[in-house]
Design a binder for this molecule. Sequence first.
Ligand code: SAM
Length: 505
Amino acid sequence: MEIDSDVDSRFLDGSHQFLDWFRSLPGATFHQDIAIEDLRGRSAGRGIVAKADIEPDTVLFTIPRTSILCAATSPLKNLIPDVFDLDNQDADFSDDDDNEKEDDSSSPSQNSWTLLILMMIYEHLRGDASPWKPYLDILPATFNTPMFWTDSELSELQASALVAKVGKADADMMIASKILPVIRAHSSIFFPSGASSLNDDQLTQLAHRMGSTIMAYAFDLEQDIEIPEEGIENDDEWEEDREGKTMLGMVPMADILNADAEFNAHINHGADVLEAVSLRPIKAGEEILNFYGPLSNAELLRRYGYVTEKHARWDVVELPWDLVEQLLKERFPLREGEWEKVQERLRSDDDEFEEGFVLERSSPDPLWTGHFDGPAVFDHLPEELTEQFKLCLKAIKKVTEGRNILAARALDDKGLRKEIFFETVLKAILTRESQYSTKLQEDEQLLNTPGQITDERQRMAVWMRRGEKQILKEAQTWIRQELETIRNKASQQEDDGRAAKRRRA
Ligand SMILES: C[S@@+](CC[C@H](N)C(=O)[O-])C[C@H]1O[C@@H](n2cnc3c(N)ncnc32)[C@H](O)[C@@H]1O
């Protein structure tokens, strides 16, 4: 990547000023053997790199809680207390999973996510007066998340379910209903006399920028109060909350750490400080890496705007039920009107019925050292899919009052049912594969031929869709093996039956 020398020196100045500011915070520490480095050459922005070998359990840096930008520290909370008073709003976002308003981006009530956007906009507009200025200066102004992609860039995602999750329209609605009205109602606070105001378009853009920064940089501050003792297996703490239900904060320095599926550092959350600690020996020159969670590359791209080879182990692909259902309709021809009844029965229990299923490998969580102890393997189909398939057979039997012999037999005979199940899912997977406009080999060739892809967004899109196609291929191989086992077993049973007959004769 070519880097303009002016931009370059501003980038370096930004890092220096930020580090000076950070070091001056009461209670902050920054280990002498680490440094903030320019990693733009590999499209990774800033990162922290070891300058000498580092022992495990070394405190790499310490962040005083007072330096975190969140509802507990932001002066905005005292300036507009009503807006921050979540208890007295229509929607309670505390921890009620069933609260429907929680996802309602058109409701005016706030959540921890929108409040942090407001705090960041406020601090940004304060300019030099903001105590977080050197920190805000190094936060990104542009993003590589698909939210900011053009239609033509988005088309590179092809048939990925990510297309439906980009969420630009929802974000626009959230900004229009929750952010702009608050700023306009308190314009003297956001734009004190002398400060030039921003029009709605400019404010909307600023809110998008802050929202995307939070998505990729903020930490969930409530779940992490306890310091983990024995590593992080089975610990949900990396499942950072981006749905607005918990207290989010911007944590200077902790968010300079890049991350990968194999990592070597962890942020411990203490009562007064947060500490970055090495999990294992780190060699001089190695990047210090955090962990953002067991995320697929599609999810990594959606939230953080990057993809990595190691995260491919958690790649997923969605299989819509419609594809399976269509094949069942062909396999079990029914009389006019009967199929609609089957569909109705299946959907009669809203809680049980699934519109789609996620195909994924079995992949153990990383060890507390940040390593894996085994490969990710495709070795199962979702249980819920097997269950829904069986429910569909039951619905066919019921609707046809037992007239459909195949459905009735498949319900009684587990082996036959399994065979029909795998055959159907295999065909559905082949159809799903054909929804992508290029084949796996073409994507591989694109990625492996130097000069074929010059655009970073295109590279990430091809990388991500190739990962989904790889799962589809692995699923086919696994299902074919399962089918072979089932058929071998059935023919063995037939042979045994014939041999027994001969013996009796
Ligand atoms: C919390 S920030 C980390 C610091 C960031 N590199 C910066 O310059 O401000 C998260 C962002 O860093 C980038 N990032 C993190 N890990 C990365 C990796 N392994 N490879 C490439 N980019 C990465 C992504 O752009 C992501 O949205």
